[in-house]
Ligand binder design. Structure first.
Ligand code: SAH
Ligand code: SF4
Length: 364
């Protein structure tokens, strides 16, 4: 008989499991704490349970873990993790440290079906959706991996504290790794509830990035915690966006921006618009001006991302001067615009790139 993976169960499923096993209901709370706060990797780690209870649970249940296949550190400190799932598919997560913030960029699917022309993940196609626990487990696994061993023996930090104080805290999570989160909305929403409810991360510290499935954006506030929303806009005309991002043929700019305009943003929050700058495609001063009028009436900020080139890419990165000009036009048009240097360029940390390269190198 296959063992029940406790990490794969939702809170409600775990409650039913505990009830059906004839165990007292407080065991649910304890298990949730050990899985989502103390990051237990095995039933045997749960030292709060008696040896007998651990033995009997181990016979019927298990706790799954992502398997680390590869870890690379960029010159700028960005770290990239390649994980293997139980069916041997692989996903990646990227850890970016920036002053007091430690941001983990997580994947929501194995590959992606959206087929954006500039994106390596898009070229892989979709293998499958990630399950809620596989999404959450990226945070748990990276937190465990970056646990600084020196602190584990630190007399002050360990004294009188519970196990969870040993972990260097991931402060922010962005769903900007492999996959289109809103094409796997149900599992992503479940994962978001676990991250906010069970791991106690504030929804303000979580950002969901989408290529623009407008209908799902509209449905999100009713279903999910109020996380930040980022839209990969990448073009200012339907003609160019149709060419770059096939999703635009279903939800053209008007529909997409309409959904953004109607989005019930909490006070003082903004929608982030990501704009990958591709030389001679979407980087002209006219584009910048059109962008200003497109975003009218939407509390917004723009992240300009100069294209991160890869082998045989059909696009080029614009020169610094045109990037600065683009930003300047937006700023003068009262749009908050930042230039995001792609973190970890030397280890191909942009969307889907490590996995793509890993595949190529391992098929040689
Ligand atoms: N599927 C979601 C989230 C993952 S993609 C989405 O598209 O929003 C995360 C971001 O990486 C997107 O904004 C995408 O436009 C950008 N991106 C993809 N390939 C890139 C590349 N080669 N260089 C720079 N940014 C890239
Ligand atoms: Fe998928 Fe996002 Fe890449 Fe488009 S940019 S192919 S939606 S991961």
């Amino acid at each position: 008989m296959e063992k029940i993976n406790l990490k794969a169960l939702s809170k409600q499923e775990l409650e039913s499991f505990i009830r059906d096993s004839g165990l007292p209901s407080f065991r649910t709370r304890q298990l949730l704490n050990w899985i989502y706060v103390k990051y237990a990797q095995d039933i045997q780690d749960i030292t709060e349970f008696s040896k007998e209870l651990r033995e009997s649970l181990s016979e019927r249940t298990c706790i799954s873990n992502l398997k680390l296949l590869d870890r690379q550190t960029s010159k700028d400190g960005t770290e990239k993790f390649l994980f293997e799932l139980e069916d041997r598919e692989t996903i990646e997560s990227v850890l970016i440290s920036d002053n007091e913030r430690l941001t983990l960029c997580i994947s929501s699917q194995v590959g992606c079906a959206m087929g954006c022309r500039f994106c390596l993940t898009g070229k892989l196609g979709l293998k499958r959706n990630l399950r809620p626990h596989e999404i959450v487990d990226q945070i748990i696994s990276v937190s465990r991996i970056i646990k600084p061993p020196v602190i584990a023996h630190h007399p002050i930090l360990t004294k009188g504290r519970s196990g969870d104080s040993l972990y260097k805290k991931i402060t922010n999570v962005v769903l900007m790794g492999m996959g289109e989160p809103l094409a796997n909305a149900e599992n992503v929403v479940d994962a978001l509830w676990r991250i906010t409810g069970l791991m106690k991360m504030s929804p303000r510290r979580i950002t969901l990035s989408t290529s623009g499935i407008a209908a799902k954006i509209t449905g999100l506030p009713k279903k999910a915690p109020m996380v930040n929303l980022a839209i990969s806009l990448n073009a200012t005309t339907d003609e160019v966006r149709d060419y770059l991002m096939p999703i635009n043929r279903i939800y053209p700019l008007k529909k997409l921006l309409g959904a953004c305009r109607r989005f019930p943003l909490p006070a003082r929050r903004k929608i982030t618009f990501e704009y990958v700058l591709l030389k001679d495609i979407n980087d002209t001063p006219e584009d910048a001006k059109r962008l200003i009028s497109l975003l009218k009436g939407i509390p917004s900020k723009v992240n300009l991302i100069p294209f991160n080139a890869y082998d045989r890419a059909e696009f080029q990165r614009p020169d610094d001067e045109s990037v600065l000009t683009f930003q300047d036009i937006l700023t003068k048009g009262h749009i908050l615009a930042f230039i995001r240097k792609s973190a970890g360029q030397d280890i191909l940390a942009a969307c889907g790139q490590l996995k793509a390269r890993y595949k190529i190198e391992n098929s040689k």
